[in-house]
Design a protein around this ligand. Structure first.
Ligand code: NCD
Length: 469
């Protein structure tokens, strides 16, 4: 299995076996840091950080320096031609002609995919809006593995902003793939997005049990769980004991508590006024006195704001500074693999897991656009060359997943491109809830986000155009 010349945009770009091999190389490199100089001699890494960063950028740059390579960087959009209205694709082409590998952080979701599509060199996503942050997940999984020797079967609680936290989204997928049980403890209004839940339950094959307020035993006040994800190795465990499961899950202890800050910069003005900051849960000494946290690793991708008390730092359970330090060997291993300066050797068995369902693809330049305002495909500079593209992840109800930001769309109207081999009267659109959604072949499907959009394209309502038909 070669990793050379591939990109890492989402966690699922790497198989479990490749991640394991990367961890072995990171172990080897951290044990002999001084001998790595020369591994990437003569190679250039472009470090493009268009959002604030301390750890991710500096650990990538440290990694490349330790490997004997060089770094070119841009850390402010206003100092690049993007500020003049240049597209991400053009920037990617140009930077790809200067550097051997690109690391990019950008506020638009899906931006790293566009860079990877156009750069012609390996691209590493260092965080794209609230979409994914796969290398943070590598550091997190590496830390759990180092401290607990395995990930399979562990109980990991994710705490805080599960809605906007890209580190959370990538970690959720990573933990599910390595067989952990995940306990979700969101701040109010900051639950895991629907598209992340769908991926978990369809692609990773596990089971999600959601808790309603009445399921919460009164004593659980500091740790009210929202949902638990159980991996496929024990899929019916929760279903068999629906009422006691929350106590059972917590009684045996939590292996790691992954705390995250409120992603203030991603909140809408309305959400900012909703007092999310005031009601945000805090991890402190008192919480960690509860018996389920006796042996818990306290993790955080950092930066922290108020959600993790400084009094925890001296506690041997605190892991966050170790996590950050381990970012260097992990990123050294990744860069060396993607540049092909180190060969990867992956056991066949371990390599098996990359979740893959071949969903039909929907790609037309009219009819429907991704509704996510932070998606790269909807930005004015990018719509000139990016065609909206979706995976049809369900036909009942019709559900599309944007290939850039992975947000879901639930379109209301559809038609067939085969209308014209009849007469003009056949140019009809239907409700997406009607039987036509299954009748029309995916390659002929035309999807509209509104009736007016269908009518602009000359389609008339059929008997089945009423929503809910
Ligand atoms: C995270 C990020 O940027 O998403 N930080 C990091 O990379 N260490 C988490 C955060 O900013 O909250």
């Amino acid at each position: 299995m070669a990793l050379a010349n591939r990109s890492l945009v989402i966690v699922d770009d790497l198989s479990n076996g490749e991640i394991e091999a990367l961890f072995s190389l990171a172990d080897e490199m951290s044990g002999s840091m001084d001998e790595q100089f020369g591994v990437c001699h003569g190679k250039i890494m472009a470090s493009l950080f268009f959002e604030p960063s301390t750890r991710t950028r500096l650990s990538f740059e440290t990694a490349m320096h330790r490997l004997g390579g060089s770094v070119i960087s841009a850390v402010d959009v206003r100092a690049t031609s993007l500020a003049k209205g240049e597209s991400i694709a053009d920037m990617a082409r140009v930077v790809g002609s200067y550097a051997d590998i690109i690391v990019i952080r950008h506020p638009w979701e899906g931006a790293a995919k566009v860079v990877a599509d156009y750069a012609g060199v390996p691209v590493i996503n260092a965080g794209d809006g609230s979409h994914e942050h796969p290398t943070q997940t590598l550091c997190d999984l590496y830390t759990i593995r180092k401290e607990r020797q395995t990930i399979k079967g562990l109980k990991i609680a994710l705490w805080g902003d599960l809605k906007y936290g890209r580190a959370i989204h990538s970690l959720t997928y990573g933990l599910a793939r390595f067989g952990a049980t995940i306990l979700f403890r969101p701040g109010p209004g900051l639950e895991l997005p629907e598209h992340v839940i769908r991926k978990l339950t369809t692609e990773y094959g596990g089971e999600l049990k959601r808790y309603e307020a009445q399921d919460q035993p009164v004593k659980r006040e500091p740790f009210p769980l929202d949902a638990i994800y159980i991996t496929p190795s024990s899929p019916h465990q929760l279903a068999m004991m629906p009422d006691v499961s929350i106590q059972v899950e917590l009684k045996t202890g939590v292996d790691a508590l992954y705390v995250t800050r409120l992603q203030m910069e991603r909140l809408s003005a309305r959400a900012k006024r909703q007092g999310l900051k005031e009601s945000y849960p805090v991890v402190d000494k008192k919480l960690l006195k509860e018996k389920e946290f006796k042996r818990t690793l306290v993790m955080h991708p950092l930066p922290r704001i108020d959600e993790l008390a400084y009094e925890v730092d001296a506690d041997p359970r605190s892991m966050y500074f170790k996590q950050a330090a381990r970012g260097v060997p992990v990123r050294m291993a990744l860069v060396a693999f993607l540049l092909g300066t180190k060969e990867i050797s992956v056991s066949r068995e371990g390599d098996s897991f990359i979740p893959k369902i071949d969903y039909p693809v929907y790609r037309r330049d009219f009819g429907i656009r991704c509704p996510n305002p932070r998606c790269v495909s909807t930005q004015e500079t990018e719509t000139k060359y990016i065609k909206p593209e979706f995976k049809i992840v369900s036909s009942q109800p019709l559900t599309l997943r944007c290939v850039y930001c992975e947000h879901e769309v639930y379109p209301q109207y559809i038609a067939s491109s085969e209308w014209h081999d009849g007469t003009l009267e056949n140019k009809k659109y239907h409700s997406a809830a009607s039987h036509w959604t299954r009748r029309i072949k995916p390659e002929n499907l035309i999807i509209f986000d509104s009736q007016s959009e269908a009518e602009v394209h000359g389609f008339k309502p059929s008997h089945y155009a009423r929503v809910g038909h």
